[in-house]
Design a protein around this ligand. Structure first.
Ligand SMILES: C[S@@+](CC[C@H](N)C(=O)[O-])C[C@H]1O[C@@H](n2cnc3c(N)ncnc32)[C@H](O)[C@@H]1O
Length: 337
């Protein structure tokens, strides 16, 4: 376990974030989904949601002008790594680093391609079956990357890779409110979708609170939800990520229709037998709607899909939209293989 570090969490007086934005002429860039939080009380409220950060290791995604960054440091984080794509923020982040007696490490990069393996030191590691380590991932995420990013991180969580090689590291992140609602949507809910099943399968997910879009500068047209994820010790669906992700993507693609329709697109058009085989093995009715299916149903469906792919391995990479695949399947049929 990490040794508690002696430091003063409170930062010396610094100019208000609003002043920092003005001083450094930090005009928000739309292409980087920059919507800043200039209200420090709101920053503190978001950080409080993450739980105690005392002596913790934190990784913040997209610190921007540094509102949440300050709140994380003042909450007592022993070490804070930040990943930011826009280098215009570096002078102000460097100032925060100096003010916090070098508790920060600043990375310039795109979080979507960032290898999180070394973001937390090995000595904080906790076994997966134990309580989460004293480490957190936090971010007021850019809308443009938030969904692909959480899907990527769920894959890493499922494999206990990257930041999650240190244990069940928790995440406190912002999303467009509608996305946050989908993440926590239960069975039969209007918002139930692929993201609901995926997030709830690998994590305990809580939509903590909603922030009005007006609280951001510039204000987006939507409100924002603060969501907390705690990786589950055991996921509800035990099949490997790639099978689960693909099956859910296809089944929920035709959300209001019968689930059979989505399952059919997992397989070549000349193999309706495979759809029947999957549904029979999973004991799921072909007419069921995706939003009415329980996680146990998806568990059996994913297992059946994996078994079918094990029997015919080329099926996992089959993509019904790919022209290449259509030609390949026509040729296979002609050659009778
Ligand atoms: C919604 S703003 C939040 C800024 C700040 N944390 C706040 O709350 O005021 C998103 C931040 O993420 C950064 N960003 C956008 N795309 C990114 C990416 N792919 N990788 C890393 N940072 C990114 C933006 O430059 C911006 O600073």
């Amino acid at each position: 376990m990490s040794t508690p570090v002696a430091f003063v969490a409170k930062l010396p007086p610094l100019p208000a974030i609003k002043e920092v934005v003005r001083l450094y002429k930090l005009r928000a860039k739309k292409q980087l989904s920059q919507n800043f939080i200039l209200n420090y009380n709101l920053c503190k409220r978001i950080i409080k949601t993450a739980g105690s950060l005392k002596n913790s290791y934190v990784c913040e995604v997209g610190p921007g002008p540094g509102g949440l960054t300050r709140a994380i440091l003042e909450a007592g984080a022993a070490h804070l790594s930040v990943i930011e794509k826009d280098d215009r923020f570096f002078p102000t982040l460097e100032e925060l680093n100096a003010a916090s007696h070098n508790r920060m490490k600043i990375y310039h990069g795109d979080v979507l391609h960032f290898n999180m393996y070394d973001i937390f030191p090995p000595e904080i590691s906790r076994d997966w079956s134990e309580e989460p380590p004293n480490a957190h991932i936090i971010g007021n995420l850019p809308f443009s990357v938030s969904t692909p990013l959480i899907i990527r991180w769920l894959r890493e969580i499922s494999r206990k890779e990257g930041a999650w090689s240190r244990g069940r590291v928790r995440l406190t992140l912002t999303f467009q409110k509608e996305i946050a609602e989908r993440m926590v949507a239960p069975v039969m809910n209007d918002q139930r979708c692929r993201l609901s099943v995926m997030c709830q399968n690998w994590c305990d997910v809580q939509h903590k609170f909603t922030i009005t879009g007006k609280a951001f500068v510039p204000s987006p047209d939507v409100d924002v939800g603060v969501v907390q994820f705690t990786p589950r010790i055991t996921p509800q669906i035990l099949t490997a990520f790639e099978y689960v992700e693909k099956l859910l993507r296809h089944v929920f693609h035709y959300r209001p229709k019968m689930c059979r329709k989505g399952i059919e697109t997992l397989f070549p058009p000349d193999r309706p037998d495979l759809t029947r085989r999957l549904l029979t093995r999973a004991d799921v009715h072909a007419d069921s709607r995706s939003y009415s299916l329980h996680v146990e149903d998806f568990d059996r469906m994913c297992q059946a899909y994996k078994e079918i792919c094990d029997e015919e391995p080329h099926l996992l990479t089959y993509d019904y939209r790919s022209k290449e695949n259509a030609v390949l399947w026509r040729n296979r049929k002609l050659l009778n293989i």
